[in-house]
Design a protein around this ligand. Sequence first.
Ligand SMILES: [Fe+2]
Length: 268
Amino acid sequence: MKFIHLTDTHVIGGGGLLFGANPAQRLAWAVDSIIAEHGDAAFVVVTGDMTHWGDAAAYAAFAEHISLLHMPVHLMVGNHDDTSAFADRFPGTPRDDAGFVQYSFATPQGRALCLDTTSAGTHAGAYCETRQNWLRAQLEGSDDPLLLFMHHPPFPVGIAGMDAIMMRDPDRFYDVIAPHAARIRHLFFGHVHRPIFGNWRGISYSCMRGLNHQVALKLDTDQDGVIGNFEAPAYGVVLVTEDRVTVHMHDFTDRSPQFSLSSPVSQG
Ligand SMILES: [Fe+2]
């Protein structure tokens, strides 16, 4: 199974610039790349921050481009999204009984769980008791292998300004998933706008760059400082088999020359 992990598109309405770059244009480039290079992907997951300001015009611009993808696209909200404005534009995206944008879907390699980690009025993440109860029921509902998707990481990544707005109360979240951790194949998240790979309490994870602006690799900032930059945008190309999860980061705007690395055949 191949799928695409796209995150933090931060689209704004009206075709304007955000920090000097055009997020809608970058989404258009990403969509073109996915269609041209990975049209065989089974689905796409967008792990939040579809828009920067959460306004209707931005969701309209996001929809205009994302709708060109022919495979199923599973959308999730992040701290820059507005659930109400999102739902107006994408009424078909499932929500739980409490209105949170979280749902599961079947894949050929197990069940995908898309979690809503947003918290009104803050850029930090949360996973309240209501959502924990929903997740507990989902986890107890089947023995399938699991792929977890969320916007905020439930652990620090070493960048103080981003760690200050990670998911709060990670231990309570972990208590919910711990009985099922052995069948969680991988945890995918966004929010940090960086390629980050590792392992949390035995669960492998990855984060991808955003499409517009990135977070610079500054491990010595204080909690008030997040430094941005324009490292190349990327999306994840994920290959899943029964015994492997492989995450490729694709710098899809790279146009450097390509050439053969094969050794020349000796003529001697
Ligand atoms: Fe973001």
